[in-house]
Ligand binder design. Structure first.
Ligand SMILES: Nc1nc2c(ncn2[C@@H]2O[C@H](COP(=O)(O)OP(=O)(O)OP(=O)(O)O)[C@@H](O)[C@H]2O)c(=O)[nH]1
Ligand SMILES: [Mg+2]
Length: 364
């Protein structure tokens, strides 16, 4: 073999289902955009009842969500599913060679050594306990164990009061884009959103956030380029409190003159947000680029040591065949993945759902 992920991915399909959770029709509208009649008949002979229509709409939304996930994970799926098929076909009996192949396959998929060992141990244990000798019977169990290894998905605080989201990460990982997507998601969830442009270091960073804000129709609190980011955060937090904002999302620099400078600056920003927020939780969301593999995990450790990260947004999953990195992140960092990025568009951010993720990766 021995490479699960050695095939060239095809061009990503940019066509996405618009009748999704993100493009959700307004209340009182059907998925096709027509107004529902308040006097719609209820009986089976007269068409679906309101409840049936609601269930239908929920199913459509789920299909849209899953369809986009499958599309976003296509590179990983093509490799993962093809190699699972190949290994299981090549080794119909559960023997040592089968275990070696599965183990190597998971490691190649960037699942990480520790997580792979745990998954393999759990699989072996179940195979022995349930006297399974046909490898095909283990596919469902492999999925179960991967879901288990992904742990509980993280859910950021989403209460009625202000939450400050401090979005941090190495430069280029997708912070600003993720902030735009998050703002879009939170707006769709009915939350009032404000952005804070605290990356005052990189040229054009403020303008980039501004462009997104205009498209999203949200306000940005910003200062001049080169100004003190902590002062931006101070103003942004006070503006958020004064305006009854629920989600204040703060963009930060990914690079300064030195790494130590960056961490000191981020710590200061966090302190200011905590001090000025009037008790508002400050949720530190670390953005990791999935295409950077184990290197991304090493970076995450450093950020976590300095800032106590609460959750992870794993971006660019559409750009890698090694989606298994999600499992390694959970195993090695113990920080929950809250969101995944599966494309460059505003709609391409999803709340992380381990079951759907594994199904999209190896579902058949
Ligand atoms: N394919 C893909 N591209 C993404 C995703 N998220 C972000 N990007 C792209 O990654 C590039 C960098 O994104 P930014 O949001 O500017 O990254 P950043 O972390 O803010 O970068 P700095 O401000 O330089 O620190 C852009 O071209 C984005 O379109 C994703 O989920 N999928
Ligand atoms: Mg940025």
């Amino acid at each position: 073999m021995r490479n699960w992920f050695n095939r060239q991915p095809q061009e990503s399909n940019k066509e996405h289902d618009r009748s999704s959770a993100f493009g959700r029709p307004e209340e009182g509208e059907t998925a096709s955009g027509q107004k529902e009649s308040g006097t719609a008949p209820d009986g089976p002979e007269d068409g679906p009842s309101a409840e049936e229509r609601r269930a239908e709409r929920a199913a459509e939304e789920r299909a849209g969500f899953f369809g986009r996930l499958v599309d976003g994970l296509r590179r990983s799926r093509e490799n993962f599913a093809a190699n699972v098929d190949r290994i299981f076909a090549l080794h119909p009996k559960v023997d040592e060679e089968f275990w070696t192949e599965v183990e190597e396959g998971l490691i190649q998929a960037d699942v990480g050594v520790e997580a792979t060992m745990r998954v393999i141990d759990a699989l072996r244990e179940r195979a022995e306990r349930e006297l399974i000798s046909e490898s095909s019977e283990l596919i469902g169990i492999l999925k179960d164990e991967l879901v288990r290894a992904l742990g509980e998905p993280g859910r950021p605080p989403m209460g009625e009061e202000l939450v400050v989201y401090l979005v941090v990460g190495v430069n280029g990982t997708g912070k600003t884009t993720t902030i735009a997507k998050l703002a879009n998601l939170h707006k769709l969830q009915g939350r009032k959103v404000l952005l804070g442009a605290a990356d005052t270091f990189r040229a054009a960073a403020i303008e980039q956030l501004d462009v997104w804000a205009e498209r999203l129709d949200v306000v940005v609190v910003k200062h001049e380029r080169g100004s003190d980011p902590a002062a931006v955060v101070y103003d942004a937090v006070h503006a958020a409190r004064a305006r009854g904002v629920r989600s204040l999302i703060i963009d930060t620099a990914g690079r300064l003159h030195t790494y130590v400078n960056l961490m000191e600056e981020l710590k200061k920003i966090k302190r200011i947000a905590q001090r000025e927020g009037g008790g508002a939780p400050v949720h530190t969301l670390l953005v990791i680029d999935a295409t950077t593999g184990q290197n991304g995990i090493a970076q995450a450790r450093l950020f976590n040591e300095a800032l106590e990260v609460n959750g992870i947004a794993l971006t660019k999953l559409d750009g890698t065949a090694k989606g298994g990195i999600a499992v390694a992140i959970e195993e090695e960092l113990g920080i929950p993945i809250e969101y995944i990025g599966i494309g460059e568009r505003m709609e391409d951010l999803q709340e992380f759902n381990p079951t759907a993720f594994v199904e999209a990766l190896i579902g058949r």
